[in-house]
Design a binder for this molecule. Structure first.
Ligand code: UDX
Length: 443
């Protein structure tokens, strides 16, 4: 008995999600074609140069290209001719005029691909979409399929974290597959055979549940962060320490210690826009009351940015006008060059608008940050940012910032004031070095 040949894969959309997925699947032995509308991105990926920073991606991309199993194109017709399973990994950003997700790119991936199909195909959505999108896309795909070609569509939400995208793709916490078709289920079990052999739980659901799993997970994570940031506000007034409080409640494993780091709040290309899109979709479904708490989560989160900027103003005696501030960090989190909805840049820009001279340094996100906020000053190192600064502001907890030596830095700055907006420094060591140290939600 001969077993079926492994399915060939296409990955449409080669951003943080798709590029990593394509490279990992090729290294697992599949033939993969990556597709993107951006020729520059495709050229860079074809040369083994990721167009963004993600740890481990250069190595796995090179290995995949060298194996001959991974190619890239801008031509959806080529992908249609090549693959049996097509992963949709395009972005669903916040719409320009509302909180809803903009699903233009998922629509165009389906309508651009399906008319070119010459054999049966399974489309697998990984993008984060409003519930109901998958069923609509399945109908659209079937209406566009050439005569004699059967098209099915399943939903397979992605939970990878930037900075850990390779590890999270190779060995995710769980694989969720929304489908009502046994053959799609079998095909995806073959596609994820390596992860299943590694013991990764595989959960089959209907389409709508699979879509909702993703936004529910992100809403829960956002809620956890805003919860601890709300506690930080109370702690600050009460003279208590939110880091000790988080540590203590985290011992209860019903609560858990993770995602309880109080600070300047969450940002990035997922959590903020996903909770807003979820609220917008709930409104369309007539259940807006069920998610009205997410508005509070969003408000608490945005308030952290204002609170951080206000704390900086207070530390500089009531005005930052004419003062020099070192902003350590621009990315929304460490080990990423992503500045989408970055709290760090938001705070830096706010203080700049209040008249401060803000010198920004980030190990990886400088180019992206400068493109978004060209009026900020960008310098080449943390030390350069801190030189003669009246205030040092730690905004993204890169390891190199956490490792800064208070004694060494003391000689370089003008003010010896530090605002630790991620609560990652040791207040005792910094105060011992002569610094006026302030955290968020700490005495
Ligand atoms: C998130 C989800 O974790 C992931 O599962 C989903 O697929 C996409 O969105 P990501 O955006 O890469 O991933 O970042 P994550 O590590 O979740 O952090 C999100 C934000 O929350 C960052 O700005 C981070 O700094 C902040 N954060 C995280 C906190 O402020 N406190 C914490 O305790 C944890």
């Amino acid at each position: 008995m001969t077993s079926a040949p492994p399915p060939k894969l296409s990955v449409i959309g080669t951003g943080y999600l798709g590029a990593v997925h394509a490279a990992c699947m090729a290294n697992f032995g599949f033939d993969v074609i990556g597709v993107d509308v951006d020729q520059r991105k495709i050229d860079q990926l074809s040369e083994g140069k990721p167009p963004f920073y993600e740890p481990e991606l250069p190595e796995i991309l090179t290995a995949a290209l060298d194996s001959g199993r991974l190619t890239f194109t801008t031509d959806l017709a080529q992908a249609a001719a090549f693959a049996d399973v097509h992963f949709i990994c395009v972005g669903t950003p916040q719409s320009a005029n509302s909180n809803a997700a903009d699903v233009t790119f998922v629509n165009s991936a389906v309508s651009g691909l399906v008319p070119h199909l010459t054999r049966d195909a399974l489309l697998v959505g990984k993008s984060t979409v409003p519930v109901g999108t998958a069923a609509r896309l399945r109908t659209l795909a079937r209406s566009l399929a050439p005569a004699g070609v059967n098209v099915d569509l399943a939903w397979n939400p992605e939970f990878l974290r930037e900075g850990f995208a390779v590890a999270d793709t190779q060995r995710p916490d769980r694989i969720v597959i929304g489908t009502d078709s046994d053959s799609a289920d079998q095909l995806l079990r073959a596609v994820y055979a390596h992860q299943l052999a590694d013991g990764v739980p595989y959960l089959r659901t209907d389409l709508a549940t699979a879509e909702l799993v993703k936004v529910a997970a992100n809403s829960f994570l956002a809620t956890k962060i805003s919860f601890i940031n709300a506690m930080a506000e109370v702690c600050e007034r009460a003279g208590a320490d939110v880091t000790a409080l988080a540590h203590a409640i985290g011992y209860d494993d019903r609560i858990g210690a993770k995602f309880l780091r109080a600070g300047v709040g969450f940002g990035g290309g997922c959590l903020p826009k996903d909770i807003r899109a979820f609220m917008a979709r709930a409104g369309e479904l007539g259940v807006d009351d069920a998610l009205s708490f997410l508005k509070e989560i969003d408000d608490i989160n945005l308030r952290q940015r204002t609170r951080t900027a206000n704390a900086a103003v207070t530390m500089l005696g009531g005005s930052v006008n004419g003062k020099t501030i070192a902003a350590l960090g621009a990315a929304f989190k460490p080990d990423s060059d992503d500045v989408r909805d970055s709290p760090a840049l938001d705070v830096a820009a706010n203080l700049h608008l209040q008249g401060a001279r803000v010198r920004v340094y980030d190990p990886k996100a400088m180019a992206n940050a400068a493109a978004l906020f060209p009026t900020l000053d960008f310098v080449d190192s943390a030390i350069d940012a801190c030189a003669d600064a009246d205030l040092v502001l730690l905004l993204t907890e890169w390891k190199e910032f956490v490792a800064l030596d208070p004694n060494e830095l003391a000689a370089r700055t003008a003010g010896k004031r530090i605002l630790d907006a991620r609560n990652v420094l040791d207040p005792v060591a910094w105060r011992a070095g002569g610094w006026h140290y302030r955290g968020l939600g700490r005495p």
